[in-house]
Design a protein around this ligand. Structure first.
Ligand code: KIV
Length: 283
């Protein structure tokens, strides 16, 4: 069967059919190609790139221009997955018109299919306005890393009855505002299950238990490439740090021991041209 580009309509249909949605982050062309080749449904160009690609301490400093740059690179590699661009901190919170404009830039200049933004009921006017402009929006509640200062650290959200109830109300408000899906990050599994049952749109969990409609993880975490923060919800499907370090060390040792490059890595020229070249040097 020929592969088709995944749309927001397909993602809603997957929830209705009970087919789990798969999602990974990616940040560049090669990453986009690799994730797309694995037939992952959704690729998020997450502002987590501030940490895993740029080495920042949080996602807060990430800019629109940085996000757009990485979105374009991923979009060149990934042709089938639904591409989601993450609106960075302060690109949508201050002003609704600015939010529409910035969300639009993700589609026009970043070549993605939809945008994601963080926040609950307080974001509904902004979400409505972006959706009314024809731009699909994925919500994100629970642990929202752009509000890390307010949350006081990377901690699980909704662990009290009142906090859990607020998350349910936030999720319903986001659905009502027009979101096509919602990321639930670091939320107790029973709370995520209750939200997923109550919503018509899909939930995508990260540290939110098995009963979400889909699951997302960060590219570098799945490959065991980033160890500055290792949340409990991460599953490493490979440990690539060590083999990569070994490859770089082998490269260095080959060079200093004159084992690289070999003939197969070098270019030759015809005997006559070489002879003429040497004569030109001697003359
Ligand atoms: O930026 C990101 O990678 C995210 C995911 C963790 C959902 O928002």
């Amino acid at each position: 069967m020929s592969r088709k580009k995944i749309t927001v309509i397909d993602l809603g249909a997957m929830k209705r059919r009970g087919k789990p949605i798969t999602m990974l982050t990616a940040y560049d062309y090669t990453g986009g190609l690799l994730v797309d080749a694995a037939e992952i449904d959704v690729i998020l160009i997450g502002d987590s790139l501030g940490m895993v690609v740029m080495g920042l301490d949080s996602t807060v400093p990430v800019t629109m221009e940085e996000m757009l740059h990485h979105c374009r690179a991923v979009a060149r590699g990934a042709k089938y997955a639904h591409l989601v661009g993450d609106l960075p901190f302060l690109s949508y919170q201050a002003d609704v018109v600015e939010a529409i404009r910035n969300a639009g830039r993700f589609l026009k200049e970043g070549n993605v299919d939809s945008v994601k933004l963080e926040g609950g009921a307080e974001m509904t006017a902004t979400i409505r306005a972006i959706v009314n402009a024809g731009i699909p929006v994925m919500g994100h509640i629970g642990l929202t890393p752009q509000s890390i200062s307010k949350l006081g650290g990377y901690r699980t959200q909704g662990r009290t009855a009142a906090g859990a109830r607020r998350l349910v109300d936030d999720a319903l408000a986001l659905e009502d505002a027009g979101c096509y899906a919602i990321v639930l990050e670091a939320v107790p599994a029973p709370v995520a299950a209750a939200i997923s049952q109550r919503l018509r749109i899909p939930t995508i969990g990260i540290g939110a238990g098995p009963q979400c409609d889909g699951q997302v993880l960060v590219f570098h975490d799945v490959l065991g490439l980033y160890d500055r923060i290792q949340p409990r919800f991460v599953k490493e499907y490979a440990r690539l740090q060590e083999p990569i370090r070994e490859a770089f060390t082998a490269f260095r040792e080959d060079i200093i021991n004159h084992r690289f490059p070999e003939d197969e890595h070098s270019f030759s020229m015809s005997a006559e041209e070489l002879e003429a070249f040497h004569q030109s040097l001697d003359g």
